[in-house]
Design a protein around this ligand. Sequence first.
Ligand code: HEM
Length: 405
Amino acid sequence: MRQLPPEFFRTPYAFYEQLRAQGPVHQIQLRTGVRAWLIVDYDAAREALRNPTIRKDPHTDTGAGARREGAGESGVGAVNARLSYHLLNTDPPHHARLRKLVTPAFAPARIEALTPRVTAITDELLDRLAAAEGPVDLMDEFAFPLPITVICEMLGVPAADREQFKEWSAVVSDITLADPARMRVATDAIVAYFEDLLARCRAEGPGADLLSDLLTASEADDRLTDDEIISMAFLILIAGHETTVNLIGNTMLTLLADPPKYAALRENPEQVPALIEEMLRFEGPVNMATLRYTTVPTVIGETEIPAGELVLVALGSANHDEKRFDAPDAFDADRNTNGHLAFGHGIHYCLGAGLARLEARIAISRLLERYPDMRLAVDADDILWRESVLFRGVLDLPVETTKSP
Ligand code: HEM
């Protein structure tokens, strides 16, 4: 049984490399006591994510009990049950039904149409940075507020309620570490809030927001139930927030830690989309947050995982697998990143990938344009990474927005 080494959160890649050298599948114990099977190779990761017997809901087959056991220790069990009827908790055939109903709201044309609003929100936040005297924390002042503001606007959450949303989101986003009592309070409040918003949406008639889309979504005679709408809104809030925050943060850290790289990109802003794709591979925001359970004994690589076991796919390791990507620990914006697994693989492939790419593209492009002389205010090695097995990102990113005198 492997344990995560202390330096894992600063840099997980050496540990992943060691594991890959010993095989594609390992048993690990997390600091919370939760035990899991960790998949570290690229091919095995894709195989596991596509395997129909490795499922999200262990109760649909012989895996009953696994989720309850893991959940109790991790705080997942404290989540209000009415928030659990969403895509990331469901398996076929139910998953396909839900996915069909919500996919139109994320159609590429709908996402592209958000460009002016995302740009305006980005510029408003960047205006505020200009007023700062001395170093500012780019995470607090920019990377965090941008995605949460975009998502709240998409969901139709009034501006006055957004601070409250940020707080709830912070509590529930790190489900392996959160305190169960705080988790319960926050998720009860989220249920009550969305119930109220949904009631208002019904009374006033659907608007141009995502909650209205979910309310009116239909396929033949099928409709989402209220619990499914509330759960989906919750998933979008969480999945669409922490991840994009870290994509922006990790990208800026990588660029600012290497000033010539930042300068070169400033001269060639058309390279931003390729750079973001390599960033997703190199330092993707989802570390191993791909919870699944075996429902029958399942062979991955040459290892048989018994039924009812928790399986985590280490996307960060798969994306650094030397058998798939040459010199995987080198950041190379010119490489072919096709097939990276930062957004997952198979039926649960990220629904918000288009939105995440749009936000990151606009955020990085506008930062380059508005703050061409931005630099780190501390040594890159002194920046602290979050101690999360789910998300990969930094706690703070102190920067100077202008040239030093
Ligand atoms: C699923 C990553 C942004 C909504 C996933 C999965 C990953 C992922 C790895 C699959 C998890 C699994 O298989 O267990 C990311 C990353 C993002 C990002 C790296 C940003 C850089 C977003 C955004 C939204 C979103 C902006 C929506 C506003 C979803 C949803 C699912 C999902 C709804 C579940 C899909 C399903 O189960 O069918 N994401 N995500 N994500 N993501 Fe994202």
